[in-house]
Design a binder for this molecule. Structure first.
Ligand code: IPE
Ligand code: IPE
Ligand code: MG
Length: 245
């Protein structure tokens, strides 16, 4: 895929963008339709953002699709979300594949409904040799659960003698979903949240140590590639200091 002309110089492009796709429910409420219709519209927005990211030359895109806390929602909403995921794979996997996008999952998706789990497995398999943008979808993801799981793994390695001496930051990073098992994804340069909420909601707590943040009042289904590009431009104009000066 040829890269699109953007006004952003290559050395200012974020390597990794992570997005908290929020506001589907409020979008639906405003329109007087069911929450599931909001998630359906959100799925369409996500497809456009994946395509745009890949064309802009972003190397890693991570989206928060379902959190470990989202199980608290009604069964109807939860099963609707997972049905949409199955539908997305059925209809759009070939396009992702043609774009040379490699898909990975962050989170414990072994416990999601069987059909959705199978769809994800198929997606991972189909795209595993692709060399373009890496698209990470966070499903049943929660950062505290991720860190707890990583720490338990390290504790096990200490017990078995595989790790001798101190546990380092590097070891903790590598034990997370974003670590060894998914190709050591670099920390996100930019985290975007839509819908006017300004919090992390248990997303990438460790990885966000030096991320820049961009917030927009747009509800996720209303988020367009143009609005996205504008936020990336804002980011590109920012001065990241990493604790220096
Ligand atoms: C984000 O939209 C999608 C998921 C959490 C799955 P919400 O469903 O949280 O939408 P609001 O926040 O209720 O508007
Ligand atoms: C965060 O949004 C999770 C996802 C976008 C998947 P929520 O809508 O679940 O978060 P809170 O409840 O507003 O913090
Ligand atoms: Mg929300």
């Amino acid at each position: 895929m040829p890269e699109e002309k953007t006004r952003i110089p290559a050395d200012r492009m974020p390597r990794h963008v992570a997005i908290i796709m929020d506001g589907n429910g409020r979008w639906a409420e405003k329109k007087g339709v069911s929450r599931i219709k909001g998630h359906t519209a959100g799925m369409e927005a996500m497809k456009e953002i994946i395509r745009k990211s890949s064309h802009m030359g972003i190397q890693y895109l991570t989206v928060y699709a379902f959190s470990t806390e989202n199980w608290k929602r009604t069964m109807e909403e939860v099963s609707g979300i997972f049905k949409l995921l199955v539908q997305f794979v059925k209809l759009d996997l070939s396009e992702l594949d043609e774009e040379n996008v490699r898909v990975r999952v962050l989170g414990d998706y072994s416990v999601i409904p069987e059909a959705a789990k199978k769809s994800l497995d198929k997606t991972l398999k189909t795209t595993e040799n692709n060399t373009g943008m890496q698209f990470n979808v966070a499903v049943n993801y929660g950062s505290r659960a991720e860190i707890t799981r990583g720490v338990n793994r390290l504790a096990e390695q200490v017990r078995s003698g595989e790790i001798e001496g101190e546990i380092t930051e590097e070891m903790i990073s590598r034990s997370l979903y974003t670590g060894d098992e998914n190709g050591n994804i670099p920390d996100p340069d930019l985290i975007i949240r839509t819908s006017g909420e300004e919090r992390l909601s248990n997303f990438l707590l460790w990885q966000a140590a030096y991320s820049e943040f961009e917030f927009t009042d747009l509800l996720w289904p209303d988020f367009t590639p143009e609005a996205y590009e504008k936020l990336i431009e804002d980011y590109a104009g920012s001065d990241r200091r990493f604790g220096g000066r």
